[in-house]
Design a binder for this molecule. Structure first.
Ligand code: ADE
Length: 224
């Protein structure tokens, strides 16, 4: 029972490198998840393959038309699938949401563009709206990539070591401790003595103290 993700976007090539590289590329090659990227213009009805139009009521910018998006979603959706729209006015995306999405069987990710999309798409076809942060991207394709990357890490087998999941930030609600590797001495900077000591209890204590310190400095909101 693996996860299939359909991405609907006006810029499918933005995802080419992303899906082929690194841990995600390996996870897809190994069959832990499948990602299908679709060009929304394939569902446009006119000869110019128009996907946007001026907003009713006036105002700047263009709005994504309902017809191509309705046709696209109706074609790729399956019973029980989760249809998600990426938008800066969506619910803030978190690690908890990523984990929950990783347990689904089928996701449809709709990436918006222009000043937005026709509200009827959101009213009728969208189950969940997600924002990846308080800033506005030129389109939602990178946001879809972020969601895919974050949820893929929760799919069993995608990360080699289970441990790298349990130890990290946002699973524990603390930020990470600093990491070092060889050489122990580099340009006059040395690795903290405790990490070379082999004393695992002391190492754990030191790491936890660094996590608290870092979290207090950078993200005090996580400690509340
Ligand atoms: N589309 C544009 N900006 C976005 C954001 N911050 N999150 C999700 N989708 C977006």
């Amino acid at each position: 029972m693996s996860l299939t993700i359909d991405v609907l976007t006006l810029f499918p090539r933005m995802l080419d490198g992303f899906l082929a590289e690194s841990i995600l590329g390996k996870g897809i090659a190994a069959g832990h998840l499948a990602v299908k990227v679709h060009d929304l213009r394939n569902w446009a009805v006119d000869k110019h393959r128009t996907a946007d139009d001026r907003p009713f009521g006036g105002g700047a910018g263009m709005v994504m038309k309902p017809e191509p998006v309705f046709s696209a979603i109706e074609q790729v959706q399956t019973p029980g699938c989760r249809r998600i729209y990426l938008t800066p006015d969506g619910t803030p995306f978190t690690s908890a949401i990523a984990r929950e999405l990783s347990q689904q069987q089928h996701l449809v990710l709709l990436s918006g563009h222009y000043e937005g999309i026709d509200q009827r798409i959101r009213d009728r076809l969208i189950d969940q709206e997600l924002s990846i942060g308080d800033y506005v991207l030129t389109n939602g394709t990178l946001a879809a990539a972020v969601v895919i990357d974050a949820l893929a890490r929760f799919i069993p087998g995608v990360l080699g070591e289970e441990k790298s999941l349990t130890h990290e930030s946002f699973t524990s609600k603390l930020l990470d401790f600093p990491q070092y590797t060889r050489p122990a001495e580099f340009r006059g900077m040395s690795v903290p003595e405790v990490l070379l000591s082999g004393n695992h209890a002391e190492i754990e204590k030191w790491r936890y103290a660094r996590q608290l310190e870092k979290t207090r400095q950078v993200r005090p909101d996580l400690l509340k």
